[in-house]
Design a binder for this molecule. Structure first.
Ligand code: IPE
Ligand code: IPE
Ligand code: MG
Length: 246
C-alpha cells in the first residue's frame, strides 16, 4: 500500500501522545518468523511514526518499549530486547540529534545492564537542548513502580503531607515536567493499559487498533488523530449547562 501524501490540517492536535507498541510477536508469528524479528521490525517502525508526529505537530511522543512486567519473558527474548535498544541508540542517536529530537527516559534505570544505562544517559545528555519534539522512551517502565518511586522520594525530601498537591506529585514522576498525555494509542488490539502512564493518563483519550505495531504507519496515526478530533473531552464537566432557573 502506498502512503497517502496529503493530510488535511487537523482542528486540534494532541500535545502529548503515548503509544503502547504492542503486537510485535504476533506480527512475526503471522509471517513464520521468530519473535525477535518482530521486535526488530518494531524498532524500525519508530522512525517513520516519529516523523509523522513531527509533521502533524505533536510535541511529545512517549513510546512504551519495555515494561517492568516484561522481565518475566524468556531470558533470550529479554536479552534480545536489551540489545535492540543498545543498537537503536548506537545507530540512530546522531540522526535523531540532527533532527532536533530531545530524548527522555521514563522508567527505572536500576535493573538495566550498566553499559546500557550509560548509553541511555549519554543519549539524554546529547539531546537535552533539542526542542523539535520530545521522544520519551518508557523502558523498564511500570506505572506502579513509578508511583512508588515518587512516594519514596517525597518521603525522603520530607514534604509535609498537607503540602503535597497533585501538581507537586506529578513532578516527582519519571515524566517530571512533561504534560499529561492527551491521547493513548494501543496497537495489537488489546483494551488495556498494561501499567502504562496510569497516573498521567487519567483523562487521556484512548484509541486502540488491531494493527500490529510494525504495520502501524503515518496513515493510521492520522486516523487516530481524526478520531481524537471526534471526541468530546469533558474532564467531568457539563459543556452546555442548562440555564439557571429564575
Ligand atoms: C510489544 O510486542 C513489544 C514488547 C512488549 C516489548 P509483543 O512482544 O508484546 O507482541 P505480542 O503482543 O506478543 O504480539
Ligand atoms: C505492553 O505490552 C508493554 C509494551 C508494549 C512495552 P505487553 O504485551 O507486555 O502487555 P500485555 O502483557 O498484553 O498486557
Ligand atoms: Mg504484547
Amino acid at each position: 500500500m502506498s502512503a497517502r501524501k496529503d493530510y488535511p490540517p487537523l482542528p486540534s492536535v494532541p500535545h502529548h501522545v503515548g503509544i503502547i507498541m504492542d503486537g510485535n510477536g504476533r506480527w512475526a508469528k503471522a509471517r513464520g518468523l521468530p519473535r525477535h524479528a518482530g521486535h526488530k521490525a518494531g524498532v524500525d517502525n519508530i522512525r517513520p511514526v516519529l516523523e509523522g508526529c513531527v509533521e502533524f505537530g505533536i510535541q511529545v511522543l512517549t513510546i512504551y518499549a519495555f515494561s517492568t512486567e516484561n522481565w518475566q519473558r524468556p531470558p533470550d527474548e529479554v536479552s534480545g530486547l536489551m540489545r535492540l535498544l543498545g543498537m537503536a541508540i548506537r545507530q540512530q542517536l546522531q540522526e535523531l540529534h540532527r533532527n532536533g529530537v530531545q530524548i527522555r527516559h521514563s522508567g527505572r534505570l536500576s535493573g538495566i545492564n550498566p553499559e546500557l544505562q550509560k548509553q541511555i544517559l549519554h543519549a539524554l545528555e546529547v539531546t537535552k537542548h533539542n526542542d523539535r519534539i520530545v521522544l520519551n522512551v518508557a523502558f523498564n517502565y511500570g506505572g506502579r513502580s513509578e508511583i512508588l518511586d515518587a512516594v519514596r522520594q517525597i518521603i525522603r525530601d520530607g514534604i509535609p503531607p498537607d503540602e503535597l498537591t497533585e501538581e507537586l506529585f506529578s513532578r516527582y514522576l519519571y515524566t517530571g515536567d512533561l504534560p499529561d498525555p492527551d491521547l493513548i494509542i494501543r496497537t495489537g488490539g488489546e483494551y488495556r493499559l498494561s501499567n502504562f502512564l496510569i497516573w498521567q493518563a487519567a483523562y487521556a483519550e484512548y484509541y486502540t487498533t488491531p494493527t500490529y505495531w510494525p504495520d502501524f504507519g503515518k496513515d493510521e496515526l492520522y486516523e487516530a488523530l481524526l478520531e481524537y478530533n471526534r471526541r468530546e473531552r469533558r474532564f467531568g464537566r457539563v459543556l452546555d449547562p442548562e440555564p439557571t432557573p429564575v
